[in-house]
Design a protein around this ligand. Structure first.
Ligand SMILES: [Zn+2]
Length: 265
């Protein structure tokens, strides 16, 4: 009796597993394995730096591609960036499905990250933020342009994502793959994109790059508004100047300082 029950149970479990495995595999992508601890530390630092520099407040997020697999990325669960710790870091596939713990609270706009990674193999880190100095330029006919050296990466101009073109009247959040895809297509090969009435998404080849660009995008918006307030004609950076600046750009020096302030070491 016990043997029969045991055998029956085994068969039933095996049958159930055979039926469930494809569905589970779809819901739970495989993990790429443990990420480089240095990358995790830098991701935590990036979260804190963005908060300390006023790029994000309780909202906004930063991600980085997994060092073991370009088809996975790492990002915190839904938490204010300043509070993010190692235990909060989640791993996602490029459809923005978590590889484990799907019950944890997740950023509803994580599709911005996954869809940009799909279309831009050169991008290794992404920031989404609602930086106050930038938002007016997402709704104004005055384009955001570089007036200072630190804004060299935006000298060629940035596209603006109009979510009404992708979804009509929405709550304006990029909260599904279709909206994320539309945003990534509008981004094209540019370093960043403005989101009308919402904020910005910024890309970089590393965490220091994306953090540096995000900080200086906010600075550029502030400087331009101040230059406009002075009145008179403004001399903007020429796109060629921007390209020459970017060819030599790195954020090594500021990253060391920002990280030290953020991590207390
Ligand atoms: Zn947002």
């Amino acid at each position: 009796m016990n043997t029969f029950a045991c055998t029956c149970l085994s068969i039933c479990l095996a049958a159930a597993a055979a039926v469930m495995t494809p569905a589970l595999a779809q819901q739970r992508p495989a993990s790429a394995g443990p990420a480089d601890p240095q990358l995790i530390e830098d991701l935590i630092a990036a979260n804190r730096i963005l908060a300390m520099q006023g790029v994000v407040d309780a909202m906004g997020h930063v991600s980085v591609r997994h060092n073991r697999d370009p088809n996975r990325y790492l990002m915190s669960l839904a938490r204010a960036p300043e509070l993010v710790t190692e235990a909060d870091i989640m791993e996602y596939d490029l459809d923005s499905n978590p590889v484990r713990d799907p019950g944890r609270r997740q950023y509803s706009e994580r599709y911005i990250h996954g869809e940009i990674y799909k279309l831009r193999p050169d991008v290794f880190a992404v920031v989404h933020a609602h930086t106050p100095s930038v938002v007016p330029f997402t709704v104004s006919r005055v384009p955001l342009r570089a007036i200072a050296h630190s804004g060299g990466f935006l000298a060629e101009g940035l596209p603006t994502f109009e979510i009404r073109e992708a979804g009509g009247m929405t709550d304006m959040l990029v909260s599904n793959a279709a909206f994320g895809r539309a945003l990534a297509e509008k981004l094209g090969d540019k370093p960043a994109i403005l989101l009308r009435g919402h904020g910005m998404a910024v890309t970089g080849k590393s965490l220091p790059y994306v953090v540096g660009r995000s900080i200086y995008l906010g600075v550029a918006a502030k400087l331009q508004a101040e230059a406009i307030a002075l009145g008179g004609a403004i001399t903007y950076l020429d796109p060629e100047e921007g390209r020459k600046i970017e060819a030599r750009r790195d954020y090594i020096r500021p990253w060391e300082l920002w990280k030290r302030h953020a991590m207390g070491k």
